[in-house]
Design a protein around this ligand. Sequence first.
Ligand code: SF4
Length: 425
Amino acid sequence: MTETPNAAAESGAAHTLLLTCPCCGLACDDLAVGAGGAVDGKGCAIAKAYFARGKTASLPHAIAGAPASYEEAIAAAAALLSSARHPWFGGLGADLNGIRGLLALADRTGGVAEHHASKFLMRNYGIVQSEGWMVSTFSEIANRADVIVIIGDDQRNAFPRFYERLVSNANALYRDAPPEVVLLAPPVSTPLDPAVTRHIEVAETELLGQVGALLALIHGRVWRSKTKPADGLAELAAKLKAAKYGVVAWSAGALPGAQPDLLVELMAEIVRTLNVTTRAAGLPLGGIDNAIGSVQVVAWQTGFPARVAYKTSGPDHDPHLFSGERAAASGEIDLLVWTAAIGPVQPPDYDCPVIAIVAGDMELTHPTAVTIRVGMPAVDHAGNVTRSDGVVALPLAALDANTKYPTVAEASAAILAGLTTGGRS
Ligand code: SF4
């Protein structure tokens, strides 16, 4: 694994660039991408689909469904935002500069900002806020972890190169043998990654009880619940206690069952407990469409994580009050500004006008008041995204810098310049 920033270096074949992928929180920085968007070598299916999108048809800016010039679309968006009383800035799928631009708009107009993955982000940050956690970096895990327990899901859907980049590091600096890798999760439908040494299969409904049992076993407590510890759980507890560097990995968006927040709490507590006698760390995987970047920009500007309202009295954070789902259900949102420059995530069906700031190839399934087409990070323009572990903002080079589309940052700045009033009250 390398943390060397890609430098858009020529890699042999004409026009082939070494690019970083912005799609999931692994932010792989070793993709060789040809000028046509073909990803060879190491790219996963998600990356291949992403870089190929630059070649698909480019759709126009629009006002009420009719094609419009960029200037007209920006002016229409600025007019709508100038008169909005409670605008909502959702999606936030953009590079770091794009997110900064959107937050500047939210700040000026008294809006609320939340990434489309904020529901999952808050499962983790709720625990950080209430109890704290001990987590590690990709490099530490790839080089030191000797026992890795992956909870809830085997992670390959959302993080296709997870095992390759973090688990199966043949050149680990500080361990001599491959790590023990135990999956504690419901059954999976495809063969497991070869790195998984044991799968302790549990039903979705029993996962919470089994993770609780694992914590009790690590504590050496008697487990009095009706749920019997699954076969292999006591052995796993012993392995984690004996490990030099145990890791508990999960993805908040893929935790099954009705109480994912409690699962995160238990996993954080397992790590804390292990650290009394040995070394262990959590690995909260996440970061689709630069979700971790959105948290970091909001945090460095306001001190809060996801779901922040920009009020005249200053920024405010409430993980429940500033949920778009909740606010839309109670009719509080009068304008949705939805940004999807990376993954083609559709705007939610809120009962209000929508300004869509979306990639040039993205078909929208719902009518919008204004559609502004923007470039895709790493395809159309350079930028930065934050990796899942939050310690590195990786630079993105541009596959095709000749795009006709603006960046999200440029579009946001143009709207900001066109506002006739701050909408905040
Ligand atoms: S694993 Fe994630 S970051 Fe890596 S190439 Fe695939 S989608 Fe991109």
